[in-house]
Structure formats: C-alpha cells, structure tokens
Design a protein around this ligand. Structure first.
Ligand SMILES: Cc1cc2nc3c(=O)[nH]c(=O)nc-3n(C[C@H](O)[C@H](O)[C@H](O)COP(=O)(O)OP(=O)(O)OC[C@H]3O[C@@H](n4cnc5c(N)ncnc54)[C@H](O)[C@@H]3O)c2cc1C
Length: 337
C-alpha cells in the first residue's frame, strides 16, 4: 500500500522556505505507485503537482490537491564505450550528487552544472544551464509516465525540443509527464568549457585544468555569488535573461554606458535580466518580508516570514519597472503555483 499524507507541510520542501502545505502528498519511487496516486487524484478530482527539490517553484498559497514527489533512485551504466558512457538516472537523485558521481569517475559533461539545487527529474524541464553548458548537451533520453494515458513514454533529445530554459515539458506537455528517469551520455575525453565568466581565472588558482578543477571552481564561484537557500530562502534566478532585437539593444546602448550582453541569434541579443533590474534601482531593496538580493539583482529572497503572494507581487513590480524603463518584458523562470 502507498501512504497518501494529508495536510502535509512543505516548508522544508521549497527553497523559498514558505510556510505552506499540501492538502495531499505522496512520495514514491515506483512507477506503479505513481499510477495508483494518479488514480486516487482522479477519483477525488484533485489537481496534481509534481515536486522535485522545490528549488524552482513559488507557492502562492497552500496546494489544494495532491503533490506527487517521485523519489526514483539509482545511477545505472547502460553503455560503456571507449570514449563515452551512457547512464540512466532516477528522477529522485539529487542533481549535485549526480555531478559529483560523474566527476569522481572522470566522466565529463556535467561539471559546469555543479551545485545547481534540485533533483535529476527536473533537469530536463527547464533545461538547466550554467557556465556555458546546458542539460540538453548530455541528455539522450527522458523516460516518464503520461498523466493522461497512464502509460510510460520515452522522449529522445530532439523530441524534448530543448531551448534556453525551455523544453516540451514546459510547453505542449506541461504537467502531462512525470519524469521517472533521465539518460545522459558523458565523455571519457571531455572538452572543457571554461571561457564563461571568471571560470578560467578561478580554475587557474586551483591548478591543472580538469573536470575536477572545473567543478571545484564552479562551486567556489557559486558559493561566493549566490545565497544559500538554507540561510536565505530563494529559488535562484527569478527571471529569464530576455532576448531582444539588435535595434532595441542599440537604443539601450545609446542611453547607458557598457550594457552587458551575449549574442543570441544573428539579429538578437541576450541582456542579463539582473542588469536591467539593477538599473531600475531594485538591487538590495527590501519590500515587507521579501526583497531583491544585495549582490544578485536576479535573485528574490525571503527575509523570513514572506508569503508567496508577497514575493509574486514584488516580481510583478519589478517586471513593471523594467517595462517602463526599457520596454522589455521579463519572463519569470520560476514556476508559479
Ligand atoms: C540557489 C539556486 C541556484 C540555482 N541555479 C540555477 C542555475 O544555475 N541554472 C538553472 O537552470 N537553474 C538554477 N536554479 C533553479 C533550480 O535549481 C533548477 O531549475 C532545478 O532543476 C529545479 O529542480 P527541482 O527538483 O528543485 O524542481 P522543482 O522546483 O521541484 O520543480 C520545478 C518544475 O519541474 C516540475 N518537476 C519537478 N520534477 C519533476 C518530475 N520528476 N517530472 C515532471 N515534472 C517535474 C515541477 O512541477 C515544476 O514545474 C537554482 C535554484 C536555486 C535555489
């Protein structure tokens, strides 16, 4: 039998640390038990939410339905070739433990994604990325249970329609698939990607360039730059970096000194959302119980007793001021529930 818990507290299951609960909650590692939970939800007509580590979610109130947390464990080598290794990883495996597992065995590809919070099952959802690398670069297949048909389904990398902080699981198949396993192909002779930000500089301090020093450098930088959710509730970057037309970028350049940017497509440029927010005067501002981080304008924080609605209101105020000042709409990266 599977235990469905009632009025389950979520304070320690969301990195904003919001004091909310779910009317019903189940954590399970078996696909058949997930099916049972789905039947339970349809019988009682309950909305469903899939929860991983809760590090990319903002709950605006108690969840009036059933939360299913897939805890499928295991890292299994399914192909060991001379140059590469393909592994099948359970959705419930902690992301950074996976990265550590790979790096300690000399399998390259995930080292730049060190210390991203959350679980493996969520990694394809928004195609997590950091320091010039995205999950899509190594994901070969995603397995999951279709909530509607209750059948297992598989998606190749191409079928996942990965893009910047996007996949089919955020689009057409939003809330339709419960990811149970993800397959990654890693390299035994990895090409290191170290040109991003001050990564090269940090690696130099650590010695010879290797996947181990890349991981160490990423961890050092992230620890310096980002607030630890255990100490200050947050969900990392709250907004996506907007991609704007080159003409829009040029007009901003005409008004501000040194506008940071990254090339996106031939006629488009990506501008760091944090820079736009900072120019609007939000960096370090506290509004009631929440605010904008003092060093990272892209990170909204819970100063203690904030509610999800307070944080959402702050996010909306920020969006409005960026529209007013730059005419650019910031899209939220965090999933609002
Ligand atoms: C300090 C900090 C730093 C961060 N840095 C980065 C970063 O550098 N790059 C980056 O991309 N992200 C970053 N994030 C965001 C976050 O860590 C990632 O998006 C992560 O993949 C979310 O994983 P999770 O398990 O916590 O997902 P959750 O927050 O639990 O869920 C996120 C979404 O995925 C869905 N979901 C979760 N698991 C499953 C599943 N098994 N099947 C189907 N749907 C599922 C949920 O319904 C929800 O819509 C950061 C967050 C924090 C707090």
């Amino acid at each position: 039998m599977i235990e469905i818990k009632k009025d389950f507290p979520l304070k320690y299951r969301n990195t904003f640390g919001l004091n909310i609960s779910s009317h019903y909650f189940v954590e399970t590692s078996k696909a058949d038990k997930i099916s049972f939970s789905l039947n339970y939800a349809s019988y009682y007509n309950l909305p469903i939410l899939i929860l991983g580590g809760g590090s990319n979610i903002l709950f605006t109130k108690d969840f009036e339905g059933l939360i299913i947390q897939p805890t499928v464990q295991g890292i299994e080598v399914i192909e060991d070739a001379p140059q590469s290794v393909t592994i099948r990883v359970g959705a419930g495996v902690n992301w950074d433990s996976l990265v550590e597992w790979c790096v300690s065995r000399g399998y390259g590809g995930l080292e730049n994604l060190s210390l991203i919070p959350g679980n493996v099952g969520a990694s394809p959802i928004q195609n997590i990325g950091a320091y010039g690398v995205e999950a899509k670069d190594t994901i070969v297949k995603v397995e999951g249970l279709n909530i509607i048909t209750k059948k297992m389904a598989e998606f190749t990398n191409a079928e996942c329609l990965f893009d910047y902080r996007y996949s089919i699981f955020k689009g057409e198949l939003r809330h339709r698939i419960i990811i149970t396993n993800v397959h990654f192909k890693l390299s035994k002779t990895p090409t290191l990607i170290t040109h991003y930000g001050n990564l090269d500089e940090e690696i130099e301090k650590l010695g010879e360039k290797s996947i181990k020093t890349v991981r160490e450098a990423v961890i050092n930088i992230r620890k310096r730059k980002l607030p630890d959710p255990v100490e200050l509730g947050n969900a990392g970057s709250f907004f996506k970096n907007p991609v704007v037309k080159a003409s829009v970028f040029e007009s901003i350049q005409g008004k501000f000194d040194k506008v940071p940017s990254f090339p996106a497509t031939e006629n488009h440029v990506k501008i760091p959302a944090g820079w736009l927010i900072e120019q609007c005067g939000w960096k370090g501002k506290q509004v009631g119980n929440c605010g904008v981080h003092k060093d990272q304008a892209l990170v909204l924080v819970n100063h203690g007793n904030a509610t999800g609605s307070e944080i959402l209101n702050l996010a909306k105020q920020i969006q409005k001021s960026v529209v007013d000042q730059f005419g650019i709409e910031l899209e939220m990266e965090v999933n609002i529930v």
